[in-house]
Design a protein around this ligand. Structure first.
Ligand code: ZN
Length: 198
């Protein structure tokens, strides 16, 4: 059934069928990414398009631009600062980054098979938490600093990923400081991710 749904709803938008799913993240994260990719999360621009009367379509986090999906997850200054920390954490040096990169798993020059699914999982978790942060600002007026969100990205991704099958060898200090020591766990995770959907 999942293959049938994908064939109808997703393949037309993106040819990278094999990476539409990432088994390293919870279903709620997969669903969030799927919805966001299709412009179906309630950012102010999308609400405005649908005729909902808003006092502003500006970004509630930075107030520096129109709140589109792309803005809140990538081009918002707050998001940029968060992504910079995540990219540094992974040792990546790039300024070319967008939704297509994390959705279809190509990542431009970052694409390597042994890191692909693990890195994609982390990126999806970053997006999920950027959206959660946005909602906390809108609905609870809660303002967080970049280091605080960055720590949550690292702890939550460790918590989720280490619970996956074959990830019992993943240790926190390796996850944070030296990911190369996680090589075996990565390989196991990549192998797991490439299994066809059940
Ligand atoms: Zn913004």
């Amino acid at each position: 059934m999942s293959k049938l749904i994908d064939s109808i709803t997703l393949v037309r938008e993106n040819s990278a069928v094999e990476t539409l799913r990432n088994r390293l993240v919870p279903k709620k994260v997969e669903i969030f990414i799927w919805r966001a990719r299709r412009g179906r999360i309630p950012v102010r621009l999308e609400l405005d398009k649908r005729g909902i009367d808003l006092h502003s379509v500006r970004c509630p986090v930075c107030d520096g631009g129109i709140e589109s999906v792309e803005h809140i997850l990538f081009s918002c200054q707050f998001a940029q600062d968060v992504w910079l920390k995540v990219l540094n954490w992974w040792g990546y040096n790039t300024s070319i980054f967008g939704f297509d990169d994390i959705f279809n798993g190509t990542f431009g020059s970052l694409a390597t098979d042994n890191k692909k699914f693990l890195w994609q999982a982390v990126c999806w978790i970053v997006c999920y938490l950027l959206w959660k942060n946005r909602n906390e600002k809108v609905f609870k007026n809660k303002i967080r600093a970049v280091p605080s969100l960055n720590l949550e990205i690292q702890t939550l991704s460790f918590d989720w990923l280490s619970r996956r099958q074959n990830w019992h060898k993943l240790e926190w200090h390796n996850w944070i400081k030296n990911r190369e020591n996680c090589r075996k766990a990565k390989e196991a995770a990549d192998k797991d991710s490439r299994k066809p959907p059940a």
